[in-house]
Each structure stands twice: as C-alpha cells, then as structure tokens.
Design a protein. Structure first.
Length: 245
C-alpha cells in the first residue's frame, strides 16, 4: 500500500485530498496546524477501511515539522506521494505590508514547499521506487491580486520551484506537477468576497458553477497516480475556464 504526505489537511482542499486518498486505499500522513476535529475523523474513517492515517500537528515552515512528516511516512513503508498544500493568505495592501508579514507568508507558502520537496524526494530516491509530487499554487500566481502581493509572489515561486524539481528529479522516476485552483468554495476566499460576490464570479465563468474542493482533489489524485505517468513539470489550472493562460 502506498503512502502520501498531505499538508494543510484540517480543512478545504487539503481535507478533500485526504478523503480522496483514503477512498483510494492510500495511507496518509496529514499535517494540520491547530484544529484536530476533522483530521481525527479521518483517522477513524481510515481505520474502518484498513488504511493507515496519522495526523501530525505543526507549522510546516519549521524544519522539525517537515522531518516528522517524512519520518512518519517511513514508518508506513516510505513516502510515495507528496501534496504540498498548506498556505496562508492574510490580506494586506502592498504599501501597508511589513517585512514580517511578507516573511510569514513566504515562509509558509514557499519555503515550506521547498523543504517538503527536498525531504520527501530524498526519501523517495533512497527507497528507489520513484514517486509523485503535487504542489498547490493559484491563478493569482499568473494574474496577481489586490491585497495579496506576498501571496501572489509565493504562489508564483511554487511554479518555478516545481518545474525545477521536475527537471532534477525525473532521472529518479519522480514526477512533479502544479495544480493552480481558481475561486474554490472554501473558507479562504471568504476573507475577501461575500457569498453574493462569490456566486456572481462563479456564474460568470465559461463553465458556470462552483468549483468545489473535491474538484481540486480529483485533479491532485490524478496527477499523483500512474494514469499521469507521462506528465511532469506541468501547471494545471482548475477554474471553470475563468483563467486560460
């Protein structure tokens, strides 16, 4: 049975990815920051279908958290998949942004992604069975966003980081791809939009209707799987056609 590491699993896209992986009988080491309610449910759900799941609390911007995640995956037989999803988006105007606010977002969203890729890929190479990595970016990596220069920059950095990883790790049978969601029905965009505004944006997309966390999870699981065995270094936008770069 294969094992995946998923960060930012306590809600939204990360939680949807964990649920989908459990349904596919994949062991999961999931990271969460401060709310164990949903991840505790996943542990119970996995046990009922003979899947191993372990929840690891911690800030992924700290190396010790990354080390714990990889070590837990090794206890399950070794890491095969990595989903780097954890991110923060405290909204603040560019001209009001402090250096500390910039650093906090870049550390969680980009530095942590680098540390996770390095740690997971090192184990994948040592174990000799290849692997697959999916990082989560955003449409704002391409188009920018108001009150989120730090977030947009971090998500742009993920594009270059993941493509570079794809080039360097291909010789070891490790693939790396990016999923870039648009407006998704999660808590995060509600920090900037009302329900009416969000519905208006969704209905204005070429494929009118909500993009759900499950839609993103489906794409992540596809890219992790052998069905995507010839796909690496790619950026897949999932947004109902709202952005076609």
């Amino acid at each position: 049975m294969k094992t995946a590491i998923v960060t930012g699993a306590q809600r939204g896209i990360g939680a949807a990815v964990v649920k989908a992986l459990i349904n596919q009988k994949i062991n999961v080491v999931m990271n969460y920051l401060d709310d164990s309610s949903l991840v505790s449910e996943f542990v119970e759900e996995a046990a009922s279908v003979s899947v191993k799941v372990k929840a690891v609390q911690g800030d992924v911007a700290k190396k010790q958290t990354v080390t714990r995640l990889v070590d837990c995956a090794e206890e399950f037989g070794g890491v095969n998949y990595l989903v780097s999803n954890a991110a923060i988006f405290p909204r603040v105007a560019l001209l009001d942004m402090s250096e500390d606010e910039w650093d906090a977002v870049l550390n969680v969203n980009l530095k942590a992604c680098f540390m996770l890729i390095k740690a997971a890929a090192t184990k994948m190479i040592k174990n000799g069975s290849g692997g697959s990595i999916v990082t989560l970016s955003s449409g704002v990596a391409v188009k920018g966003t108001i009150d989120g220069a730090h977030y947009s920059a971090s998500k742009s950095g993920i594009l270059g980081l993941t493509k570079s990883a794809a080039l360097e790790l291909a010789a070891h049978g490790i693939r790396a791809n990016v999923v870039a969601p648009g407006l998704v029905d999660t808590d995060q965009p509600r920090g900037a939009f009302s329900e009416v505004e969000m519905d208006g944006l969704w209905q204005g997309h070429p494929l009118a209707g909500k993009t759900e966390a499950d839609d993103i999870a489906d794409m992540v699981c596809f890219l992790l799987s052998d069905k995507a065995r010839r796909i690496t270094g790619q950026i897949i936008h999932v947004n109902g056609g709202a952005l076609m770069p």
